[in-house]
Ligand binder design. Structure first.
Ligand SMILES: C[S@@+](CC[C@H](N)C(=O)[O-])C[C@H]1O[C@@H](n2cnc3c(N)ncnc32)[C@H](O)[C@@H]1O
Length: 324
């Protein structure tokens, strides 16, 4: 059985996924009365070539040792783990060779900033947006939306070609609660505060205005409606399950409560997360020297925002099966 985790990064989350798959296969084999007849499992861990695969391989080594110990007395399911550098917006596998694709917190990333705005600078009405906010012009919002439609359609076509018939895809990514692209949404705040922080560095003379004017985030958070429409239009997959849920901005303090208990410490956590995700992109465009100053400013602005309201990420999780 060939399994691929797309956008695996270099931390332990991808190994949780592998563990989960091994556990499910082991339980299934027991249930059907074939406890020693596991399929051989091959996992491909994919990310962009700049990913820290060295760190990942060290974690894989520890994981293999631990897995061998956990199955003392019983042979662990045969499992082979490899790295696969490359963009999931290109072909990664031979035709009809993969049984299961998984991707966690990746598909809100676009292959590039929207076509048509990059490098053209921002006009007055675009209001220094680096992503969509409630004051963004509908034209700019449409460009982000169209980039998502192109990327997601391409992603589906490529994975369709690579999956065996009946193969599955499980995707979890940051989405949008409301259908209206200009409605006030969590990510508008999250990236709006980043835009304001960059602007404050321009105002202080630490960044060139032209640099900010040519910067747009290559991300887009779609609504469930948009995602389902593209999948149905493709005619390539049957949807098994789709759901939207919410998680706190601060991953260390995910709770049902509507208030943030310590907005300063939460803001530091949020700034660290966003820095971990955005740093390579920001360093590449603006240079590394601004990073500490930028994310200090960002944490400050996030704290102010969290004092007023607790905001959550909307997350879309879906599973689908390749049509026969
Ligand atoms: C927020 S991280 C999520 C990592 C991991 N799945 C997890 O949940 O911890 C997003 C990852 O997607 C990767 N990524 C973004 N665009 C990609 C692409 N086109 N092809 C492959 N990986 C991509 C990034 O390099 C990054 O490691």
């Amino acid at each position: 059985m060939i399994v691929a985790d797309l956008g695996c990064s270099s931390g332990p989350n991808t190994l949780c996924f592998i563990s989960e798959v091994i556990g499910i296969i082991t339980r299934y084999c027991k249930e059907v009365g074939l406890p020693h007849d596991h399929p051989q499992l091959q996992f491909f861990l994919n990310d962009l070539p700049g990913n820290d695969f060295n760190n990942l391989f060290k974690l894989v080594e520890q994981f293999n040792k631990l897995a061998a110990r956990n199955h003392r007395g019983e042979a662990p399911p045969p499992c082979y783990i490899s790295g696969l550098p490359g963009s999931y917006y290109t072909r990664l596998f031979p035709c009809q060779s993969v049984h299961l694709f998984h991707s966690l917190f990746c598909l809100h990333w676009r292959s590039q900033a929207p076509e048509g705005v990059k490098g053209t600078g921002k006009t007055h009405q675009h209001n220094r947006d680096i992503y969509i906010t409630k004051t963004t012009s509908p034209t700019l919002a449409k460009l982000f939306q169209q980039q998502f439609q192109r990327d997601f359609s391409l992603f589906l076509k490529l994975r369709y070609e690579e999956l065996v018939f009946g193969g599955h895809i499980i995707l979890t990514f940051i989405g949008r609660k409301h259908e209206d692209v200009l409605s006030t949404e969590s990510n508008h705040h999250l990236y709006g505060l980043l835009a304001q922080s960059l602007q404050s560095l321009v105002d202080e003379g630490l960044l060139k205005k032209e640099k900010l004017d040519s910067f747009y985030l290559p991300v887009y958070s779609p609504s469930i409606g948009e995602v389902v429409a593209i999948i149905e239009q493709s005619g390539m997959f049957n949807m098994n399950h789709v759901k939207l849920f919410e998680i706190d901005w601060d991953p260390y303090y995910d709770s049902e409560s509507d208030v943030v208990h310590d907005s300063v410490s939460s803001s530091v956590n949020v700034a660290r997360c966003i820095r971990a995700v955005m740093e390579p992109l920001i360093a590449c465009h603006f240079g590394e020297t601004i990073l500490d100053r930028l994310f200090k400013e960002y944490a400050h602005r996030v704290a102010k925002h969290l004092e007023k309201e607790k905001t959550k990420h909307a997350v879309i999780a879906l599973s689908m099966k390749k049509v026969i």
